[in-house]
Ligand binder design. Structure first.
Ligand code: IMP
Ligand code: MG
Length: 182
């Protein structure tokens, strides 16, 4: 018997087909802009891993991948504002063209922290590629060079995004209506 999920994901906000179209476009943009260079794509674990896996297969130029794991949520559905490094990059990014690959930008706290931290390592360039960005009243002042899609300010799961580690495997992005734990 399958284990039932509580709560169950609700409305599908972005279908698997729509995601594929978005990721193909982002792959083309990245391939065009970094032509002649070998960028390092820095994927933020764990949520960004499904996006990274699909994105790199749409990129037609040589590139490297790295992983960075930070924690910001601690299991709740609203950002706590705290960021902790759990796993750092394996290589030096000094002088390299770095592209951060992020699943979703909510408050922007996590990204702002990571951008500041990576800048101190003197990359040749540093840009952000985010699959999703929430429409919030106070948008974070982080320039996102490559953006997949804007979504309403709701908690979402699927395509790498989780709620208490569940739902990352869903091939689409769906809303999950839960009471925020603060
Ligand atoms: P921020 O610091 O508020 O921008 O939150 C960024 C991180 O929180 C993302 O990289 C996600 O891992 C997680 N997150 C934010 N919103 C959601 C959501 O709706 N569903 C699942 N995870 C989320
Ligand atoms: Mg994330």
């Amino acid at each position: 018997m399958n284990h039932p999920y509580h709560p169950a994901p609700g409305e599908v906000l972005i279908s698997a087909d729509e995601i594929a179209t978005i990721v193909a476009r982002l792959g083309r943009e990245v391939s065009r802009d970094y032509d002649g260079r070998v960028p390092v794509l820095v994927s933020l674990l764990k949520g960004g891993v499904v996006f990274l896996a699909d994105l790199i297969r749409q990129i037609t130029i040589p590139h490297h991948i790295e992983f960075l794991q930070v924690s910001s949520y601690g299991g709740s559905t609203s950002s706590s504002g705290r960021v902790k490094i759990l796993n750092d990059l394996e290589v030096s990014i000094e002088g390299r063209d770095v592209l951060i690959v992020e699943d979703v930008i909510d408050t922007g706290t996590t990204l702002a922290y990571i951008v500041d931290m990576l800048r101190l390592r003197h990359p040749g360039s540093l840009e952000i590629c985010a699959l999703l960005r929430k429409r919030v009243s106070n948008p974070p002042g982080i320039p996102v060079r490559y953006l997949g899609h804007e979504i309403p300010n709701r908690f979402v799961v699927g395509y790498g995004l989780d709620y208490h580690e569940n739902f990352r495997h869903l091939p689409f992005v769906a809303a999950l209506d839960v009471d925020p734990i603060r």
